[in-house]
Each structure stands twice: as structure tokens, then as C-alpha cells.
Write a protein that binds this ligand. Structure first.
Ligand code: GUN
Ligand code: FE
Length: 455
């Protein structure tokens, strides 16, 4: 059984497709979907048994398959600080909690240890594609890229550019150094994955407050020279951040869209995290420029985000690309299921605020955001996000019986949709039995990571 989102044949809107009896046949290399049989007769399967050369996998009772999850925004360098600094506003949280933590990645041994736990941790949550912010450090960023490739996660990895407004211990030494290290990371990632099949560098100005005009300008030039590279930044996240940005760049009159566009950083390959506080003008501009939005409801409502999540229904109505981000680090949870649930909760607050105009999001809609929506935000909508023929095989096997967790028990008379809803709302990574990226089985049982702790 398969569950995925497809564009509605009538109007293109995302629709849940539930295939009770389906068969996926991979290409001979085992990386892509060659054939998708949406409804088989028993005789079809019997036919397959007669081909011992085929490597046949049949899902067990209570199991179904979904596309891998896409996390459009998270911070690998914040893996070891999740859950800290709750209630702090963004600039205070960065200064008190985040910068001291990220500074530790100057040590490649520390980076290797924590990034390894991070990638294992995201894979076991079923996050087959992630857009990572690294730290400012070149060595650590290369280590993260190497680990993702070795463990088989599809990722964007960004060396974070920061040339002002953080302590000396955690900043690029100069604009030239910031750009030089960025180019070095781009070259390294191209050398380990020349076709960019799994790992790509993503240009990552942390946000305008961390970057001088020269830094943003230099990154805009690198973006122009490298049209294959995606770009990410934090955008209109919180009032505290918006005010500080306006003071630093008064010439843009408070429009972050105009600011980042001026430096050549907005376009179809740009992922804008948050977008909580958007004027009519800013919404129009990001739609015209075809930027994607990484909606991060967990961090928006707990840390940094000014305790207001983005108007996702409004974005969807306007045809702006939207996906989900755990914003792991700022978001206390690295689980995309938590992001889906929180997106529903936040959308209900938005429904109330808009006096019913912006309807809350359904389970099917948040599932779309976590799969195909996220793929489109990452510019990977042709490659992943659902089980269409020709796409790469990124998939999760979900087990709903004998579940060891806290998931609502599945009853004998439950249908597939009911089991799916129960898992989305109450299940967790313990129900994720297998994780495939590009056909490779990557789910890692991992360890919790030994640490010598003295309190
Ligand atoms: N703005 C700049 N840096 C960050 C960060 O690390 N997390 C969040 N949520 N917002 C930011
Ligand atoms: Fe973030």
C-alpha cells in the first residue's frame, strides 16, 4: 500500500492518493521508479513470483509506504542544543545559546561526532532530504557534507556566512575570508559528488544582521557565477529581527525582499525560512521572484520567531511554494511529524486571527508540505516528493501494528487512511521501519551517542 500526494488533475492542487494495492518497480540500478502499478490483480503478483531474478519485497500486515520527508530548513550545528533557550527572542537566543554552541565546530573532532549523530538522527525520523545550515567553519562544513554522502542522505549543506554582530570567537575573520571559505566548500562538495546527485552546497548568508553589504554582494556574485547552487537565508522571522535589519539597511525602507533582491539573492532557487511577518508587497515580490518558503512552526511558536507563525494558507492561495522545516535547533524537535502537527495548530490560530478567511490546514495538506511541497521549495519537484514514474526512490516503510510507541492502536476494522491519520498525529520514528534514499536503505538504528557527562 502507498500513500502520496499528487497534483489534482483538474486544478493542480495537491491531493492525497491512497493506493491499496500498488507495485513499484525500480530501474536496474535500483535508484529510480521505473514502473508504478496503481492497482494490481492477484494474477499480476503471481506473475512476479515466477521471476526469481527479481528482488521482490512485499510489505507486511499494517505496513504502508510514503515518500521520504523533506526538511527545508534546519541547523546541523544546533543538534546538541535542541530544547534550550525556550521563550527567548531571536537576537537574545542567538547571543546566549546559539553562537557559543556553534563556535564549538571550530574543532573538527567535535564536528565529526555531533554531525554524525545529527545525520543519523534525521535519517531515523524519515528525513530523506534536508537543507542544512552548517557553522561558519570550512572544515566542519566539509565534514558534514562527507558524512551525508557516506550515510546516503540527500542534502544541501551550507557554510554559514557571518561577518558582523557576533562575538570574535564566532565570526568569519573578514569578508574575503568568508567568501574564500565558501568557494572552498563549494569546490570540495563538487569534488565528492560531481553530479550533485545527493549533496550540493547551498549559499547561506545567515541573515542580513550577520552580513555586511560587501558579504551579501560577494555571495550574490557567487550565486550568479553558479546558477546550479541553491540559496537560503532567514527572512522576516520576528519583529526584533525586522527592526534591527531596518536599522542596519535603512535604504531598503524595511523591505527584506528588496534588500536580498538588491544583492542578487532572491529567485527560484532561494529558500526563505520563516516569512512570519509579511506585508502585501513582500508576498507579491517573493511570488514574482518564485522564492520558496520554509515554514517552521515549532521554532516560530517557541524560540526566536516572535511567537507568530507564517500565513501558510495565504501563501498557498497565492501559489507561493511552501514546505516544512523543523528549524532543528531553534525548533526543539527534529521530527517532521512534530512540524506537521504544529503547522496544523498554528494554522488554526491563523484561522481565528483572519476571522475564518484562512482555513486551518488538514492532515493531507501538512503531509503535502512535508513531502512534495518541500521538494518543490528545494527545486527538486521533478526528482522526488512522491512516487511518480521516473522519480528517484526516496521512501519510508511505516509499520502500524505491534507498535512499540505511543501511537493510537490500529484496530482490525481500520482502513488504510485511518491508520495513516493515527500515525501522522500520534506515531513517531519507532513506526518508521525502513528509510530509502535513491533506492539505498539508509535507516540507521544508531546509538544515542556516548558522552562523558559531569553535572
Ligand atoms: N536567524 C538567524 N540565525 C538564526 C537561527 O539560527 N535560527 C533561527 N530560528 N533564526 C535565525
Ligand atoms: Fe533557522
Amino acid at each position: 500500500s502507498l500513500i502520496h500526494c499528487i497534483p489534482n488533475p483538474q486544478d493542480g492542487s495537491p491531493t492525497l492518493e491512497i493506493l491499496q494495492q500498488a507495485v513499484i518497480v525500480l530501474n536496474p540500478e535500483g535508484t529510480h521508479i521505473d514502473i508504478l502499478i496503481k492497482q494490481y490483480a492477484p494474477v499480476t503478483l503471481e506473475g512476479l513470483w515466477e521471476h526469481p531474478e527479481l528482488d521482490l519485497t512485499i510489505l507486511g500486515p499494517g505496513e504502508f509506504m510514503i515518500p521520504g520527508f523533506v526538511d527545508t530548513h534546519n541547523h546541523a550545528a544546533q543538534w546538541a542544543m535542541r530544547g534550550l533557550g525556550q521563550n527567548l527572542h531571536i537576537l537574545d537566543w542567538l547571543e546566549q545559546i546559539t553562537f557559543p554552541q556553534e563556535a564549538k565546530f571550530s574543532d573538527p573532532v567535535y564536528a565529526e561526532r555531533v554531525y554524525s549523530l545529527c545525520v543519523d538522527g534525521f535519517l531515523r525520523q524519515g528525513i530523506t532530504t534536508a537543507s542544512y545550515y552548517g557553522s561558519v567553519h570550512g572544515e566542519a562544513t566539509k565534514i558534514l557534507a562527507n558524512l551525508c554522502l557516506a550515510k546516503g542522505q540527500r542534502v544541501f549543506v551550507g557554510k554559514c556566512n557571518m561577518t558582523r554582530n557576533s562575538p570574535d570567537s564566532y565570526r568569519d575573520a573578514s569578508v574575503e575570508e568568508s567568501l574564500r571559505v565558501t568557494r572552498e566548500c563549494i569546490d570540495h562538495i563538487r569534488s565528492i559528488d560531481p553530479k550533485g546527485e545527493l549533496v550540493k552546497h547551498i549559499l547561506t548568508p545567515r541573515f542580513a544582521i550577520s552580513c555586511t553589504a560587501e558579504t551579501l554582494d560577494g555571495l550574490g556574485k557567487i550565486a550568479k557565477e553558479n546558477p546550479d547552487l541553491p540559496i537560503q537565508t532567514h527572512f522576516n522571522e520576528a519583529e526584533q529581527e525586522i527592526h534591527a535589519t531596518k536599522e542596519l539597511f535603512p535604504e531598503f525602507g524595511g523591505s527584506e525582499a528588496d534588500l536580498y533582491e538588491h544583492f542578487g539573492l532572491l529567485g527560484p532557487r532561494t529558500i526563505l525560512a520563516h516569512c512570519c511577518h509579511m506585508t502585501e508587497y513582500e508576498m507579491k515580490r517573493i511570488k514574482e521572484l518564485e522564492c520558496g518558503v520554509a515554514h517552521c512552526p515549532v521554532s516560530n511558536m517557541t524560540v526566536g520567531g516572535g511567537f507568530m507563525a507564517a500565513p501558510v494558507r495565504e501563501f498557498m492561495r497565492r501559489g507561493i511554494k511552501v514546505g516544512l522545516g523543523t528549524d532543528s535547533g531553534g525548533g526543539f524537535s527534529s521530527s517532521i511529524l512534530d512540524a506537521m502537527r504544529q503547522a496544523m495548530i498554528a494554522s488554526h490560530a491563523r484561522e481565528k486571527l483572519s476571522e475564518g478567511k484562512d482555513k486551518g490546514l488538514s492532515i493531507a495538506e501538512v503531509f503535502y508540505l512535508a513531502t512534495l511541497g518541500g521538494a518543490e521549495v528545494c527545486g527538486l519537484g521533478e526528482k522526488i516528493g512522491n512516487f511518480e514514474m521516473g522519480k528517484e526512490f526516496d521512501a519510508l516503510v511505516i509499520g502500524t501494528v505491534n507498535n512499540p510507541g505511543i501511537m493510537t492502536p490500529v484496530q482490525d476494522d481500520d482502513d488504510l487512511r485511518t491508520a495513516f491519520d493515527k500515525w501522522v498525529m500520534t506515531g513517531d520514528d519507532r513506526n518508521i521501519k525502513k528509510v530509502f534514499v535513491r533506492g539505498r536503505l539508509v535507516k540507521s538504528e544508531g546509538t544515542l551517542g556516548a558522552a562523558r557527562v559531569e553535572f
